[in-house]
Design a protein around this ligand. Structure first.
Ligand SMILES: Cc1ncc(COP(=O)(O)O)c(C=O)c1O
Length: 321
């Protein structure tokens, strides 16, 4: 027997190549299929490990990041966790700047991974678990201040091409390979829009007929051009009521879908109970949107979604009550 060494040089190389699983129990009785990319199986339990690796390695390659330089990032927790892992392994001090509105497991996990975590108060009247665009603006100001003070490299997930490239070069092509190239549609809850744009670009290059939909919280569907009626919602990681997302390539969007908090919650619970898939609010939103597509525009088709992060990140919330 010939053995091949399969041990990876570090956990950074374990990022990506997540499984693609058909949600056959949830779609029983529906016409069509939903394929789910289990991104919560990344080392930091979210898809954001991918962009952390790509943003840091792109910045190393083009000289924007110097050896030993401090890295700072505004995060809802997942990008920060990915950066804590990548920076820890590669030897960069890392500071995560996060709203107090995000669940506290996230801050604990980043600290455990060696990050310094700066928590920013929410606006008066904002609720924990509901981070608004206004709350995010305060986090942005704190991030800019810190970058100046520490002469740090800002990973800048809302603008850095590494965010888009991680999904264009890896997530999208992995899905195409795993699905045998046979997918009809993709829908994705947008935060920075990097996952949507990167995957959609890869899919449309493969087959321009693949339809790609942006998912937004109901009553905060700003990308669809609607005025935000209720900017505070429970789907953590996106839906920030920011009309302009630099990485979101509008020419790739075939439509906009809206999901209520309650639909995201009940679908996350059904995913756990019926599929054994323990994922968070935005994963529930993506699957709810995909099932909606099977009942409407994509009846009889194959829809792909990302399951963005782990249900473990929400143990302190009411998701699993
Ligand atoms: C749990 C979760 N879902 C969805 C998103 C949105 O992903 P993207 O920023 O690629 O649009 C994020 C982003 O932080 C997230 O943390």
């Amino acid at each position: 027997m010939v053995f091949q060494v399969q041990a990876l040089p570090s956990v950074v190389e374990a990022i990506g190549e997540t499984p693609l699983v058909e949600l056959a129990r949830l779609t029983k009785g529906c016409q069509g299929r939903v394929l789910a990319k289990l991104e919560y199986l990344n080392p930091g339990f979210s898809k954001k490990d991918r962009i952390a690796k790509q943003m840091i390695e792109d910045a190393e390659a083009d000289g924007r990041l110097r050896p030993g330089q401090t890295v700072v990032e505004l995060t809802s927790g997942n990008t920060g966790t990915g950066l804590a892992i990548v920076c820890g392994v590669k030897g960069y001090p890392f500071v995560a700047v996060m709203s107090k509105g995000n669940s506290r497991e996230r801050a604990r996990m980043m600290s455990a991974l060696g990050a310094e975590v700066l928590l920013v108060d929410q606006l008066p009247g904002s609720k924990p678990g509901q981070v608004s665009g206004g709350d995010l603006e305060l986090v942005e100001q704190a991030t800019q201040r810190l970058v100046r003070e520490r002469k740090a490299f800002r990973a800048d997930q809302f603008r850095d091409a590494g965010n888009y490239r991680a999904h264009y070069l890896h997530t999208g092509p992995e899905i195409l390979r795993q699905a045998g190239g046979a997918i009809d549609a993709f829908c994705d809850f947008a935060g920075t829009g990097g996952s949507f744009a990167g995957c959609a670009a890869a899919f449309k290059e493969h087959d321009p007929a693949i339809r790609c939909f942006v998912v937004e919280p109901a009553q905060a569907a700003v990308l669809a051009g609607e005025a935000p009626v209720r900017p505070q919602h429970r789907i953590q990681g996106g839906g920030y009521s920011m009309a302009d997302l630099p990485l979101l390539r509008r020419e790739l969007v075939d439509g906009y879908l809206q999901i209520e908090d309650t639909e995201a919650v009940s679908m996350a619970r059904r995913l756990a109970r019926e599929e054994g898939v323990f994922a968070g609010f935005s994963s529930g939103a993506n699957v709810a949107a995909a099932l909606g597509l099977l009942e409407g525009a994509c009846r009889g088709k194959t829809v792909v979604v990302l399951l963005c992060d782990s249900g473990l990140k929400y143990l302190s919330t009411d998701l699993w009550l």
